[in-house]
Design a binder for this molecule. Structure first.
Ligand SMILES: *Cc1c(COP(=O)(O)O)cnc(C)c1O
Length: 372
């Protein structure tokens, strides 16, 4: 929802308040940047900065000193570019789809090259452009998702002309299990990456996501690429999170009522009350990023009390048990907390059977967005 629509209506009439603390975001950037120094610290701002608004998050990170920004798609780079300083570099993780080369070349967007086919596409674009073009080369070190494979490494090592038109900025790979510091996949991937790096002695390394930063300096390379940790997600299971929380979400009450024991609540009558219960219906549901898997599992909070979700989460609403509060405590328009001091992103994600990333990127456009 664009800001002007929200202004016309009045924020208190919207379904809830999503507040995004840009100062906390900036201090998270500084925490990570100082942890990895002298390596540089990029920011992953794909998917509209994990749902928080790349047009606000990008400039805030740039003001904190960030000059390397990773998105997933070329169109995201296009949208973000005008919000960033001229000297900021924009990288496209998914690489280039055929047809995207001319825009990328003309605008200095740096693709992550994931295959020899993409490399020859980008080389042809460089020839057309009349100059060498920058790229990051991604290698698959064990995730089997994206990147050049072992055979490609030999092809590149033996055919130096394949990179004649390319300015290799970094060689990169992505860790599959970086949030689990004891997972042996991390050291396996590092060993594979080091073997590949030996074939490209002049290239700098870009390896670690948020979790990778906490695996130690061997994983840092020249440039790290955190996403979730910037947005307040917990990056690692090795230590209590040092990140500041960035997001708070409160949702408004649209109705309260008391029901007797044995009342069915929600779609499918999936919940039957065991005793008299005071219910509050909230103005947000699974279309607002509160997953249906929270049905009869998750909770909201108010006045420090846990208020369990009762019955199924609907598309635009859900019902909670507010019996723990005095009757008059909540009424039409009252706010209850879904993410905040009483319930972290990780808490709600766990109850929903998912991860903080999916909660953040799903929050949607119907809340009042408040940037601090
Ligand atoms: C999303 C992504 C990141 C950021 O990962 P976080 O776990 O959010 O820090 C880094 N690198 C690649 C290739 C990604 O796809």
């Amino acid at each position: 929802m664009d800001a002007s629509a929200a202004n016309d209506i009045g924020e208190e009439a919207l379904s809830g308040v999503l507040s995004i603390d840009l100062q906390a975001l900036q201090s998270n950037y500084r925490i990570l940047a100082s942890r990895v120094a002298p390596s540089a610290c990029a920011a992953v701002v794909k998917a509209d900065a994990y749902g928080l608004g790349a047009d606000r998050v990008g400039p805030a990170l740039a003001a904190a000193g960030c000059r390397h920004f990773f998105v997933a798609h070329l169109v995201e780079a296009k949208r973000l570019k005008r919000h960033l300083p001229r000297d900021a570099k924009l990288y496209v993780l998914n690489g280039l789809m055929p047809g995207g080369e001319a825009y990328a070349a003309a605008n200095g967007i740096i693709p992550v090259i994931n295959s020899l086919a993409q490399l020859s596409q980008w080389s042809a674009a460089a020839e057309h452009h009349g100059a060498r073009l920058p790229a990051v080369l991604q290698f698959d070190t064990g995730m089997s998702r994206l990147g050049l494979n072992t055979a490609d490494v030999s092809v590149l090592a033996e055919n130096s002309e394949l990179l004649r038109r390319i300015e290799v900025q970094f060689i990169m790979s992505h860790l599959a299990s970086a949030d689990e510091h004891l997972n042996p996949q991390n050291s396996d991937q590092l060993a594979t990456m080091q073997a590949i790096a030996a074939q490209f002695p002049d290239a700098e390394l870009c390896f670690a996501n948020s979790g990778g930063i906490f695996l130690g300096a061997a994983f840092h390379g020249a440039l790290v690429r955190p996403g979730i940790a910037l947005y307040g997600g917990s990056p690692t299971d090795s230590i209590a999170t040092p990140m500041k929380s960035v997001v708070r979400l409160s949702v408004r009450v649209i109705q309260t009522h008391t029901v007797s024991a044995g009342t069915l609540v929600g779609y499918g009558g999936s919940h039957r009350t065991q005793s008299e219960m005071r219910l509050a219906t909230l103005a947000a549901g699974y279309a607002d990023g509160l997953p249906r898997s929270l049905s009869d599992r998750g909770a909201a909070y108010a006045l420090g009390k846990r208020l369990p979700i009762v019955g199924r989460v609907s598309m635009d609403s859900m019902t909670i048990d507010v019996s723990a509060l005095p009757d008059a405590a909540l009424g039409l328009g009252s706010l209850v907390e879904l993410v905040g001091p009483d319930q972290t992103l990780e808490d709600i994600a766990r109850d929903a059977g998912t991860i903080s990333y999916e909660i953040l990127t799903g929050l949607g456009q119907r809340y009042h967005r408040q940037y601090i």
